[in-house]
Design a protein around this ligand. Structure first.
Ligand SMILES: Cc1cc2nc3c(=O)[nH]c(=O)nc-3n(C[C@H](O)[C@H](O)[C@H](O)COP(=O)(O)O)c2cc1C
Length: 174
């Protein structure tokens, strides 16, 4: 699938997934697409954990039992490493966002659906619980989980504001 088709097909799959396993080679391809993203000062602060089966994923569902996580056959969890930054230039947010966007497109290009799911981990207790569960050192921040798999049915699609309402030429609003 070419990049523009993947961009067009990508959507946030918030519903259930089929139990069909995602081969590790595909998960690694998706992870590699994320790590290939641009990164401020090339710090490499983005780290990933691949969860390959329900046994590994299920404990995360106790922390955040969404339809997508409760059924996904695979998950990639995205972290940033705080010590890779300094007070003058901290690109953790930009770096994980760029990596995540690339992984969503890579998953789509391979025929899977996925979802950027982060809001549960804004809650300190849930952030701590998930990091403890995954044995993540204190110097890391869990940013987002990506459930990945084949969708169980057509997922809902969302309308975007039209191109013409968001792009101008030469000067703002023209
Ligand atoms: C920074 C960010 C955070 C998001 N967090 C969540 C989330 O926690 N849970 C969720 O269901 N969707 C989340 N989403 C998905 C958005 O709801 C979705 O991208 C948006 O509604 C547009 O729909 P689309 O992705 O299908 O185009 C997030 C997306 C982004 C970019």
């Amino acid at each position: 699938m070419d990049i523009f088709t993947a961009i067009e097909k990508r959507y946030s799959h918030k519903e259930k997934f089929l139990p069909t396993a995602v081969p590790l080679a595909d998960l690694e391809k998706i992870a590699a697409a994320g790590l290939a993203a641009p990164s401020g000062t090339n710090s490499g602060c983005v780290k990933l954990i691949i969860l390959q089966n329900r046994e590994e994923i299920q404990p995360l569902c106790d922390i955040t039992p969404t339809d997508a996580l409760l059924t996904a056959p695979a998950v990639i969890v995205v972290f940033t490493e705080k010590s890779k930054q300094n007070w003058k230039c901290n690109f953790e947010l930009e770096d994980y966002a760029a990596a995540t966007a690339q992984m969503l497109l890579a998953a789509t290009a391979l025929g899977y659906s996925s979802l950027w799911q982060d809001s549960p981990f804004f809650v300190a207790d849930k952030q701590r619980a998930a990091c403890e569960l995954l044995n993540v050192p204190l110097d890391y921040h869990l940013r987002v989980v990506l459930p990945i798999g084949l969708p169980d049915g057509e997922g809902s699609r969302r309308e975007k504001l039209p191109f013409s309402a968001r792009v101008s030429y030469g000067k703002f609003g023209k």
